[in-house]
Design a protein around this ligand. Sequence first.
Ligand SMILES: NC(=O)c1ccc[n+]([C@@H]2O[C@H](COP(=O)([O-])OP(=O)(O)OC[C@H]3O[C@@H](n4cnc5c(N)ncnc54)[C@H](OP(=O)(O)O)[C@@H]3O)[C@@H](O)[C@H]2O)c1
Length: 215
Amino acid sequence: MRIGVLGAGNMAEALAGRWVRAGHEVRIGARTPAKAAALAGRLGCAGGGLRDAAEFGDVVLLAVAHEGALDALRAAGAAEGVLAGRVLIDCTNPMAPPFEAPLTGDGPSAARRIADASGARVVKAFTLVPDGVWRTSPPMSGGRPLGVPLCGDDADALAAVEVLVRDAGGVPMRGGSLARAALLEAAAAFIVGLLVAGEDPSAMLVPVAHMGNPR
Ligand SMILES: NC(=O)c1ccc[n+]([C@@H]2O[C@H](COP(=O)([O-])OP(=O)(O)OC[C@H]3O[C@@H](n4cnc5c(N)ncnc54)[C@H](OP(=O)(O)O)[C@@H]3O)[C@@H](O)[C@H]2O)c1
């Protein structure tokens, strides 16, 4: 697959590294093209500006800070239709201390805003796992396979992202429609709030065999 990565930070490095090693063609783009080129050099792929990466990718990963997401889409040519119809993976978490509410407030989810601003087929994914886990081989969750919930509306886009989850070493989970991305974003903020409080979020989930009928 041809994958464009918007951002040259931790998540860009962790996921792009796995996809390069899985044999995908990856192009990193950042607002400072030299940073993208430096990361690309380390990973063994191409790097440059945000628009180059967006134009390159059949699938585009948006891996910038929540606050910079709409700026990054603009710089990638969203207003000119560069991202329209492309598969866009949104891994952004609209959260900040004290993690009491998503930074999107009562408005649409970050994923919805990203879809509206880009015209892309957005899949929310890769939001719950710290980048360091993707750097371990294989990436594991306490000795179990690492589940990655996906929220999106387009079946072909979801299928493409499922492939990339597997190629990163994870197991795709059916998270439902893009409307449910709002729940995933809130869940991420809640889970990180638990971590910051020194709690183990995995301890609150019981094995599915003990779940009974969810209400
Ligand atoms: N790290 C994790 O464990 C993790 C896990 C799940 C989800 N996420 C989400 O993934 C996203 C990236 O996280 P990260 O840890 O990779 O962050 P990071 O290492 O801080 O990198 C952030 C990237 O965003 C870029 N950026 C910030 N503002 C921008 C703007 N206005 N226009 C264009 N680019 C901009 C930065 O560019 P410069 O280098 O030029 O500043 C940098 O490339 C975040 O939304 C985060 O919530 C992170």
